[in-house]
Design a binder for this molecule. Structure first.
Ligand SMILES: Nc1ncnc2c1ncn2[C@@H]1O[C@H](COP(=O)(O)OP(=O)(O)OP(=O)(O)O)[C@@H](O)[C@H]1O
Length: 622
C-alpha cells in the first residue's frame, strides 16, 4: 500500500474504479426443473466518470446483473469480474462500492439529519471531528437538495426525497462506485429527471454510477453516458446513447423519426422485429465486447485503495479533502491494516451508535412503547382485581399457582409476538447496511441485545410488580426480586425466540408457529402434567422447556425458604404449611438458584444462536 508523504488518513481514499466483466453466467436453482440460467455469458465494462444504465424488458436480468456485479449475489455465478484490471476481491470491493436497493431502506422514525449523522458516525473514522461530520452532512444534504427536510422524519418524506436521502447516506463515505436498482421507480417525471441529473453529476465527479432503469423518456435517456440493453439474460447493445440509433440501423432496424429511441430499443428487445434480429444483435454485441481494443483497461498496478491521498476525482466542493485533513490532524498512531478492508470505526463505536439508534427507534415507536406498556398495565390490573389477595390464602393454593403461571404466559406472548412481526421489517435495512459495510453483524447483534433488554425488563417488571402485590404474594423483598428476575429472563427468552422465528420463517409462517411453540413449552413445563407423569420417551423434552424452570423456580421462590404458614379461614387447610405444598409438587426447596442459572444460560445461548441464525439468513440472501 502506497503511503504518500504528509501522513495517513483513516478515510478510504480510492482511485476511480473501472469494472470489467466477461463470460458472466448466473444460474439459480429453479424448483424441480433443476437450474435456470439467468445471465448467459455477459461481457462489458463500466467506466468511472460515466453514468451507466442497464435497460431491458421485465425479467431480462437487469437486477441480477447488478446484484452480481455489486457482490450481492455470489452463489451460482461464474465468469470474471475485474476491478481496475484485477480480479475483484469482494472483501475490498464491498468497502469501496455501495448498493442502493429499489425499496428505500430508511428508518421512518428518524429525521433526515439523525439518519445522516448515524451514517456519518459509522462510515467516517472516529478521528474526524463531530463538527466536520456535521459540516459534511450539511454539505451533502445541500448538494442533493434536501437540506430543507433536515428535521423531517424519513417516514414523512416524498418518494423522491427519500430516494435522495438513501443516496446521501451512502455518499458520506464518498464511494467510488454506486449501484442503484431502479432509482427512478415510482417517481414522477420531474422528480425522475432530478434524480437522474443528480446521478449524472455524481458520475461526472469521477464515480462509476450504474443503475437499472425502466422505460426512460427520451430526455432522461440522453442523460446517460453508457447504455446496456439486456434481454433474456443476454446483451443486445452496449455503448453510448448517441450511437445506438446508428448502430441499430446497420442491422436494418430503423428508429422512426420523432420516436423515443428507448421505446424503439425496448420494442427490439421484446422481439418485435423477430427472433433473427435479436440473435444477430446478441452475436454482434458479444463480438464487440470481446474485441481486444474494447478490453483494454486501466493499469492493474494502480492500487484500488490509497492511504492519505485525497480522492483525485471526487471533488464535491472539496468536502472529502477536508474530512481527510480532519482525520489526519486527529491521528496519533498508524494503522496496521489497509483502510479499505476494515470498518471505518471500531467495534465499540459501532455498538455505541447502533445502540443509540435503536434507543431512538424504540422510544419513538408509539406502538412498541405505549401500547405495549399500556397492555401490560391493563392486564396486570385485571389479573390483580380478579385474583386479589389469593397469594396468602391457604384454601386456594392451586388457584394461586394458576394465577402465577397465567401471569407469565402473558409475558411470553407479549414479548414473543411483537418481535415476530417487527423484526422482518428491520431486516432489509440491516441487509443493506451490512452489505455496504457500515458495521459488522456482531456489532448490530450486540447493540440490538443491549437495547432490547431494558425495554423487555421494564414492561415485564411493571406487569409482574402490579400482579405480585395485588394478588398478595409474600411481602418479602428477597422473594419479590427473585421472582422478578425469573420473569425478566422469561421475557428475554421469549423475545429472542420471536426474533429467531421472525428471522427463519416468512412472517405468516412465523406468526403461526410461534403460538405452536408456546403450547409445546407449556405442555412440557410440568404445570399441566408433572414432569414425572410425562411418558419416559418424551420426558427429555421437558428439559428444553424454559417454562419448566420458571415454574419450578417460582414455586420454590414463593412457597419455599421457610415461608411462614398461610392464612387459613377454615377449620382445616391442607396446604397451610407451604413446605407441604412444595413436597406435593416434588419441588425442592432450594431448586431456585439452579433454575435461575439455567434460565440465564437459556438467555445467553439463545442470543448466541440468534446471531448465527441472522448470519445464516444474510448469507442465504446472497
Ligand atoms: N432466485 C431465483 N429463482 C428463480 N428465478 C429467479 C430468481 N432470481 C431471479 N429469477 C428470474 O430471473 C429473471 C431476471 O430477474 P431480474 O430480477 O434480474 O429481472 P429484471 O430485468 O430486473 O426485471 P424487472 O424489470 O421486472 O425488475 C426473472 O425471470 C426472474 O424470475
Amino acid at each position: 500500500m502506497k503511503k504518500p508523504p504528509g501522513g495517513r488518513s483513516h478515510l478510504p481514499v480510492t482511485n476511480p474504479l473501472e469494472i470489467t466483466y466477461s463470460g458472466l453466467h448466473y444460474c439459480v436453482r429453479d424448483g424441480r426443473r433443476g437450474m435456470k440460467e439467468i445471465l448467459k455469458g455477459l461481457d462489458g465494462r463500466m467506466k468511472p466518470g460515466e453514468l451507466t444504465a442497464i435497460m431491458g424488458p421485465s425479467g431480462a436480468g437487469k437486477t441480477c446483473l447488478m446484484n452480481v456485479l455489486a457482490g450481492y449475489r455470489v452463489k451460482g455465478v461464474t465468469g470474471s469480474v475485474e476491478v481496475n484490471g484485477r480480479e475483484r476481491d469482494l472483501r475490498v470491493f464491498r468497502h469501496l462500492s455501495t448498493y442502493i436497493p429499489q425499496q428505500d431502506q430508511t428508518i421512518p422514525t428518524l429525521t433526515v439529519m439523525e439518519s445522516m449523522l448515524v451514517a456519518a458516525s459509522l462510515k467516517l473514522p472516529s478521528s474526524v471531528s463531530f463538527e466536520d461530520k456535521l459540516a459534511a452532512v450539511e454539505e451533502i444534504l445541500e448538494h442533493l437538495g434536501i437540506q430543507h427536510c433536515a428535521k423531517t422524519k424519513a417516514g414523512h418524506l416524498s418518494g423522491g426525497e427519500r430516494k435522495r436521502l438513501c443516496i446521501a447516506m451512502e455518499l458520506v463515505s464518498n464511494p467510488p462506485v454506486l449501484f442503484l436498482d431502479e432509482p427512478t421507480n415510482a417517481l414522477d417525471s420531474s422528480t425522475c429527471l432530478q434524480c437522474v441529473s443528480l446521478l449524472r453529476m455524481l458520475a461526472h465527479e469521477g464515480r462509476s454510477v450504474i443503475c437499472t432503469i425502466h422505460h426512460p423518456s427520451a430526455k432522461i435517456l440522453e442523460m446517460f453516458d453508457h447504455l446496456i440493453i439486456l434481454t433474456e439474460g443476454q446483451c443486445l447493445y452496449h455503448g453510448t446513447i448517441s450511437s445506438m440509433v446508428t448502430y441499430l440501423r446497420q442491422f436494418g432496424l430503423h428508429c422512426p423519426p420523432y420516436h423515443n429511441p428507448a421505446d424503439f430499443v425496448m420494442d427490439v428487445a421484446v422481439g418485435d422485429n423477430g427472433r433473427e434480429a435479436m440473435n444477430t444483435l446478441f452475436a454482434a454485441a458479444k463480438a464487440e465486447a470481446t474485441t481486444p481494443s474494447k478490453r483494454e483497461g486501466p493499469d492493474p498496478q494502480v492500487p484500488l485503495c490509497l492511504e492519505g491521498k485525497p480522492p483525485p476525482s471526487t471533488t464535491v466542493s472539496g468536502l472529502w479533502n477536508r474530512l481527510n485533513n480532519s482525520a489526519r490532524r486527529a491521528e496519533t498512531k498508524p494503522r496496521s491494516t489497509p483502510p479499505c478492508t476494515q470498518y471505518p470505526v471500531s467495534f465499540a463505536v459501532q455498538v455505541k451508535y447502533l445502540f443509540m439508534r435503536f434507543y431512538k427507534i424504540n422510544t419513538r415507536d408509539w406502538m412498541l412503547l405505549h401500547i405495549r406498556l399500556g397492555a401490560h398495565v391493563l392486564v396486570a390490573l385485571f389479573l390483580g382485581f380478579l385474583f386479589s389477595g389469593l397469594g396468602d390464602n391457604a384454601t386456594n393454593v392451586h388457584g394461586n399457582v394458576g394465577t402465577l403461571y397465567f401471569s407469565v404466559l402473558f409475558v411470553v406472548c407479549g414479548s414473543m409476538m411483537p418481535t415476530v412481526v417487527t423484526y422482518p421489517l428491520e431486516f432489509p435495512v440491516l441487509r443493506k447496511e451490512t452489505l455496504n459495510k457500515w458495521y459488522s453483524l456482531k456489532a448490530y447483534h450486540m447493540a440490538k441485545t443491549l437495547s432490547d433488554i431494558p425495554f423487555a425488563a421494564f414492561c415485564t417488571s411493571v406487569y409482574l410488580t402490579i400482579t405480585y402485590f395485588m394478588t398478595a404474594q409474600p411481602m418479602d423483598a428477597d422473594r419479590f426480586f427473585r421472582y422478578l428476575a425469573l420473569g425478566v429472563y422469561v421475557a428475554l427468552i421469549s423475545q429472542t425466540l420471536g426474533f429467531m422465528f421472525g428471522t427463519i420463517f416468512p412472517i405468516q409462517t412465523a406468526a403461526f408457529l410461534s403460538p405452536v411453540a408456546i403450547i409445546m413449552f407449556i405442555l412440557f413445563s410440568g404445570f399441566l402434567l408433572s414432569v414425572k407423569s410425562i411418558p419416559g420417551y418424551l420426558r427429555w423434552l421437558s428439559h428444553l422447556s424454559f417454562l419448566k424452570y420458571y415454574f419450578e423456580g417460582t414455586m420454590s421462590c414463593i412457597y419455599g425458604n421457610n415461608r411462614p404458614d398461610l392464612q387459613c379461614d377454615k377449620p382445616y387447610c391442607h396446604f397451610k404449611d407451604p413446605d407441604k405444598f412444595l413436597r406435593e409438587l416434588t419441588i425442592d426447596d432450594f431448586v431456585y438458584w439452579k433454575d435461575f442459572w439455567v434460565l440465564l444460560l437459556f438467555v445467553v445461548i439463545l442470543r448466541l444462536l440468534a446471531y448465527f441464525v441472522l448470519r445464516w439468513k444474510l448469507h442465504r440472501a446472497r
